[in-house]
Structures are given as structure tokens and as C-alpha cells.
Design a protein around this ligand. Sequence first.
Ligand SMILES: [Zn+2]
Length: 68
Amino acid sequence: MNREQSFLFLSRMDKYLQQIDRALEMIEVGTYGICRVCGKEIDEARLKAVPTTRICFTCKQNEAKAAR
Ligand SMILES: [Zn+2]
């Protein structure tokens, strides 16, 4: 790996670790698995696929639509 590649790799790792940190925080305060947009429980299958997610599939789709 050259310098630039390792920098990119590390900054990506850092982001990932931040997301895990946040997920752990949510577990502590009991909001893990709750969508931050609509407040509903996030589908278990989705949580397993993306453990650091903070919004449910429906809201994710809405966001993607809004971003377009
Ligand atoms: Zn939602």
C-alpha cells in the first residue's frame, strides 16, 4: 500500500469504528434497533445485514428518493 491508499484505508476504518461506537452507545441507552426517523423498530434481518444502521429500510428508501 502507498501512503495515499493507507490514508484512505485508515480514514474509512475510522468512520466504521465511529459507527460501531454509536451503535454501542445506542445499545447502552436502549435505542438500538429503533429507527431515528420514524421511531419504529428496525427489521431484524436489516440489523443483521447492516448492524450499524440507524434507520429502517422504509426510511432509507425515502431518503434515497429524496436525495435524487
Ligand atoms: Zn423508519
